[in-house]
Design a protein around this ligand. Sequence first.
Ligand code: PGA
Length: 259
Amino acid sequence: MRKKIVASSWKMHINSIFDGKKLAKDICKEVGNIDEVEIFILPTFPMIQTVANEFEGSNIKYGAQNVCFAEKGAYTGEVPANVLKEIGCSYVELGHAERKDMFAESDILVNRKVKICEKYNLIPVVCIGETKDDLYNNIGKQVLKTQIEWALEGLSEDFRKKVILAYEPVWAIGQDKSADPEYVNETHKYIRQVIKEQYGKGVADRIRVIYGGSVSPQIAPKLVKYDDIDGLFIGRFGLKVENFRAMVQSTLNAVEKAL
Ligand code: PGA
């Protein structure tokens, strides 16, 4: 059985180390000893070390929201994978819609970054998702297929199984409500089918596909109850510790029910 995930990228919502430290401490107190669910937090770069200190000795892991495609050299403003590894990061988020939209990241660049993650044994959390226009033009599934291929191309079979795909329909990010859980479930099935056709059943059965886009405590149980939804990628609604705790609890309940 695939281990379910509850993860949160803090994006740039938390813009003070003081606030980040407090939230990390509170989260750790509430859910730090849970190990039936994989929990991780992705703060901004300079906050990672602070959060790491708070999580020490707990089951909560952490990572970054980006990494440079190159290992070393004249890349002003970029952060190398090796440094992320040195400060104990386990995960790196890649290809979020905001990075594609505002920082011109392409699928090709995402693929280069995924390969750097493989080299440094960092687990990439690769965001994929169609826009409203893609749906309107009836190319939503094709867009997803292309993104899946860029996320997984050129990797070893072993590493492919470790990649986490975050299905984040662009039209559902930053909204009042998430996408409809049934729709999400159907899309996750499609994503797994594409992976099976392209990379075989071994990878398709092991790879985890989590959902992100306006996930809230109200909708969380309706998402994680599905086998093909391997967890939650939480944004704004995870910034309050009681919300985050509730969503971990819903996921725990789903895991226990499935046993
Ligand atoms: P949101 O962000 O929950 O604030 O919509 C989710 C995401 O973009 O990962």
